[in-house]
Design a protein around this ligand. Structure first.
Ligand SMILES: Nc1nc2[nH]cnc2c(=O)[nH]1
Ligand SMILES: [Zn+2]
Length: 446
């Protein structure tokens, strides 16, 4: 007899997601109280009320998640793998922080034993915080990037990552050449791009540390291989922007250093963009390129107030990133709240963000930035089941709000306002449980 190999689970929960952008559509947030999500072999097959789905699939195994709030897995579109151990270097602007805090630590990843431990901590930190997809700034060492991909694939994290390449102005041990950058990246692409959940992102660190030669090597990779993503930094700090202007006298502005190399596309994600000019915004919009907003980092490094309104008015897509370790941790809830604060502080120049906007920025906006909106970011049928259950433990501040809430909207607002890692009870990636609060990650993945 032919075995029926379909695994089918019906999740019963109040769930919320943003299949459309609340920036464009006031009805972008969808809320389902006592909802049902039917997952078949890791993919969402149907959604609706629990009662409807129970009626249609009476034999499906039920996973009862009532008392919590089920959200799509978070998507962090800017986070540095080698910087998890140097979170908290406060009190310095970008260039000093790089020299004193980040780069000495990044040099340590030449040691594969060290890199393996950091890769395990990093993937665990993301998954424990409900992040199931991340655009990861890798390491300058190919061996460390290989370890990251291996750990991401083992743990269930979808990493879009790559070798970070630079050939000037960092530290000698972090420098490479265009030829070596090309060869090492190519080997990593051939091994990891499209393997399981993993994808490759071509990653020059920033124009300050990249010659035209190395940017051209990046462009050659983008031409040679289908479906690669591109990421780098842009317009983060005023001193940085001045230095880039001096290094690229021919370029019209910071964006032009990437644009001239053909690196600004709909699969490009440029982190920060705190100080863009109007030309840059209009070119980013025309090329459907994303700005990854990192509000905790922008606050910690004093980089400035992100001009979200100007991005939206110009038509530039915006996603959210934690920018660990310039940022202050792996929580996309905290990042959403900080984005909200920074808009509130801008008065008329700010965008009044709602909880629906924050959820969108933390989920579907990231999927769109990575051109993965057909795979993840919301709970529409056909998407893989990447999800996080917010279910605060008894006697926690968020549980008090959940128990008192008279509408599901209150749950979402309070989750962003006061939710922490400990409030997340379970995380699924591709339908598999990759974290359960009671067990911890190790028990599930080792
Ligand atoms: N925030 C941040 N900006 C950068 N620009 C170049 N490298 C970095 C980095 O590691 N962090
Ligand atoms: Zn960064």
């Amino acid at each position: 007899m032919i075995q029926n190999l379909i695994t089918r689970t019906l999740y019963r929960a109040t769930f919320m997601h943003t299949p459309a952008s609340p920036f464009d559509d006031p009805a972008g947030l969808q809320v389902q109280e006592d909802g049902g999500i039917l997952v078949e072999n890791g993919v969402i097959a149907a959604t609706g009320t629990y009662a409807e789905l129970r009626g249609a699939f009476p034999t499906a195994e039920v996973s009862d998640l009532r008392g919590g709030l089920l959200l799509p897995g978070f998507i962090d579109t800017h986070v540095h793998y080698p910087q998890g151990r140097v979170i908290g270097g406060l009190g310095m602007p970008l260039l000093e922080w790089l020299e004193k805090n980040a780069l000495p630590e990044e040099a340590r990843l030449a040691d594969t034993t060290y890199a393996r431990a950091v890769a395990q901590e990093f993937t665990r930190s993301l998954l424990h915080n409900g992040t199931t997809t991340a655009l990861v700034f890798g390491s300058h060492f190919a061996s460390a990037v290989d370890l990251l991909f291996g750990e991401a694939e083992r743990s269930g994290l979808r990493a879009v990552a790559g070798l970070v390449v630079s050939d000037r102005l960092l530290r000698p041990e972090l420098h490479t050449t265009p030829e070596r950058a090309y060869a090492e990246s190519k080997a990593l692409i051939e091994k990891w791009h499209g393997t399981g959940r993993q994808l490759y992102a071509v990653t020059p660190r920033f124009s300050l540390s990249a010659s035209e030669g190395i940017l051209d090597a990046c462009a050659a990779l983008m031409r040679e291989f289908q479906g690669l993503r591109f990421t780098s930094h842009i317009n983060e700090n005023v001193a940085e922007i001045g230095a880039v202007r001096d290094l690229f006298p021919e370029a019209r502005d910071y964006l032009d250093t990437y644009e001239r190399a053909g690196l600004v596309t709909r699969r490009s994600v440029l982190a920060h963009n705190v100080h863009p000019n109007d030309r840059e915004l209009s070119v980013m919009a025309a090329h459907h390129c994303t700005a990854a907003h990192c509000p905790c980092s922008n606050s910690a490094l004093g980089s400035g107030l992100f001009p979200l309104k100007r991005h939206l008015q110009a038509g530039v897509h915006v996603s959210l990133g934690t920018d660990v370790g310039g940022g202050t941790g792996f929580s996309m809830l905290k990042e959403g709240l900080q984005a909200y604060f920074m808009q509130q502080l801008q008065g008329e120049n700010g965008v009044p963000l709602t909880p629906a906007h924050l959820l969108y920025l933390a989920t579907r906006a990231g999927a769109k930035a990575l051109d993965l909106q057909h795979i993840t970011g919301d709970f529409a049928s056909g998407k893989v089941f990447d999800a996080v259950l917010v279910s605060p433990s008894p006697r926690t501040p968020l549980r008090a709000v959940f128990d008192a809430a008279d509408s599901p909207d209150r749950l979402l607002a309070a989750t962003f306002a006061t939710g922490v890692q400990g409030d997340l009870a379970c995380v699924w990636a591709g339908g598999k449980t990759v974290y359960r609060r009671e067990l911890g990650l190790a028990a599930l993945s080792s």
